[in-house]
Write a protein that binds this ligand. Structure first.
Ligand code: PLP
Length: 397
């Protein structure tokens, strides 16, 4: 049977990561994958997470099966953290998933089971896995504008495209720190989007992967909470990979906000059934850690402090890169970069220039120009800025 397989398409991100590993140049800089690195250039286990793991080990909790919805206390903690207001929490259900990716897939399955052949609108450009996950679940995909040619948020383009979305459609929106562009709508635009969703009847599907890494945890949850308050039905995929540093523990949650209790119960059962046919139950370890942290006032405060530190480091990196580019004469490019948020930024470079950056300076970003701002060692920001300036050429003064 296996001889019938065609060579599978290579995953561009993991392919670049492999090329980086094989690169022997000492000055090499890996800005491809979306992981946070601290001042020692490692991806640390957060102190709050480590403490929670020790407490869990001491308690030696049973490894008995959990239900199809996973860890119930984790689901409650996610509902109240993400939605905030009790009135909204009461209009929602949560099912633990295999990280944010698992939540995206389960919610896509829910849409497909409810309205087969629905269309999901994703941003252009989008997170690299949005289209494949939606299509694998059987959904049609259309795109809406996100940035203009200068890399700035394109509000009019987006609103224009979304006029095409109607009652049977779902609009996938990243709640904060857009991947790959780092460009987010303003609060006023989110208000307009909530109005549009109510007026035209489409369902917002919020992907939350970077809350806490943009402007602050509550600030980054503004859009999600607004939509959940205003729109009758909202789907939310939550990842704990980045803000708890639990990348490998595959921790996340699918939330559904709905208009009635019976509808919510059906949604929960549909998500459970989707999970049953994919992997049965989600893994417990990460969910137990998050619950231990969020249920303990001291650990929770420590986690928030660490999250603030991560955010501050990301912001400092972006500010430093911006001022270095400015000093090298690239004012417009620096200005666009300074308005971006979160782990990623798009460099104003073509695919050829990104290749030049890799070949000449051993700086690895994606071919489309995305770099992981959280992955730049502080001491290397200057090197990166010089590399970018070099491939950009001579600034027009
Ligand atoms: C926008 C976005 N959504 C979802 C995810 C999924 O994250 P995970 O499955 O690791 O929780 C990512 C990961 O990079 C992402 O960037």
């Amino acid at each position: 049977m296996l001889e019938l397989l065609l060579p599978p398409p290579v995953d561009p991100l993991w392919d670049l990561a492999e090329a980086f590993e094989a690169d022997a140049r000492p000055e090499r800089l890996n800005l491809v994958l979306g992981v946070y690195r601290d001042h020692t250039d490692t991806t640390p286990v957060m102190a709050a997470v480590r403490e929670a793991e020790m407490r869990l080990a001491e308690r030696s909790a049973s490894k008995e099966y959990r239900g199809l919805s996973g860890n119930a206390a984790f689901n409650r903690a996610m509902l109240s953290m993400v939605l905030g207001a009790q009135a909204t929490v009461e209009r929602a259900v949560a099912v633990q998933t295999v990280a944010g990716s698992g939540a995206l897939r389960l919610l896509a399955d829910l849409i497909c089971r409810t309205r087969p052949g629905s269309t999901v609108w994703i941003s252009d450009p989008a997170y690299v896995n949005h289209r494949p996950i939606m299509e694998a679940a059987g959904l049609k995909v259309r795109t809406y504008a996100w940035v203009d040619s200068e890399g700035r948020f394109d509000e009019s383009g987006m609103l224009h495209d979304l006029r095409g979305a109607g009652r049977d459609d779902v609009v996938l929106l990243q709640g904060c720190c857009h991947n790959p562009t780092g460009v987010d709508p303003t609060r006023q635009t989110w208000e307009k989007l909530a109005e549009l969703a109510v007026r035209d009847g489409w369902i917002p599907f919020v992907d939350l992967a970077y809350h806490g890494l943009g402007d602050g945890l509550d600030e980054d949850l503004f859009a999600t909470r607004l939509l959940a308050r205003r729109v009758p039905e909202v789907l939310i995929a939550v990842s704990c990979s980045k803000n708890f540093g639990l990348y490998a523990d595959r921790t996340g949650c699918a939330l559904v906000v709905g208009a009635s209790r019976p509808a919510l119960r059906h949604a929960e059962t549909a998500l459970q059934n989707a999970a049953r046919t994919l992997y049965s139950m989600p893994p417990e370890h990460g969910a137990a850690i998050v619950t231990t942290v969020l249920e303990d006032a001291e650990l929770s405060a420590l986690w928030r402090e660490e999250l603030d530190l991560m955010r501050a480091r990301i912001t400092a990196n972006r500010t430093e890169l911006t001022s270095q580019l400015r000093a090298l004469g690239w004012e417009g490019e620096a200005q666009a970069l300074s308005q971006q948020k979160g782990m990623f930024s798009m460099l104003p470079l073509t695919a050829t220039q990104m290749l030049q950056l890799r070949n000449q300076f051993a700086i690895y970003g994606t071919t489309a120009g995305r770099i992981n701002i959280a992955g730049i060692p502080q001491s290397r920001v200057c090197y990166l800025a010089r590399g970018i300036a070099e491939v950009l050429g001579t600034p027009a003064r």
